[in-house]
Design a protein around this ligand. Sequence first.
Ligand SMILES: [Zn+2]
Length: 105
Amino acid sequence: MATPSFHGSPWPDQACPHPGCQRHIRDLLAEMVSTQDQQTPDFRAVVTQQPDGAIPCPYCQQAVEHAADGKSLQISARIPLRYARAKMELRAKDYGAQKKLRWQS
Ligand SMILES: [Zn+2]
């Protein structure tokens, strides 16, 4: 029960905090983070909606992180987690197939 789910949308439904972007973020694409980066405390912070872990905005690629309230997103000065290109490509390919994807092979 305590295991954070990477699927669905546990994310705050709100605008990107970066002034030049402000696009509506519905999904931070945590499952697209490289498997290596998913082992880090930063990733755990992101998926559990805690501060101290940054992820790129899906639109502007600038770092965002959860505020201490666990709800809002704020601009982060941290180095964000990286998306894995291979996962992004796989996702694009399987998107229409509506398969349930398993990232760890
Ligand atoms: Zn943005």
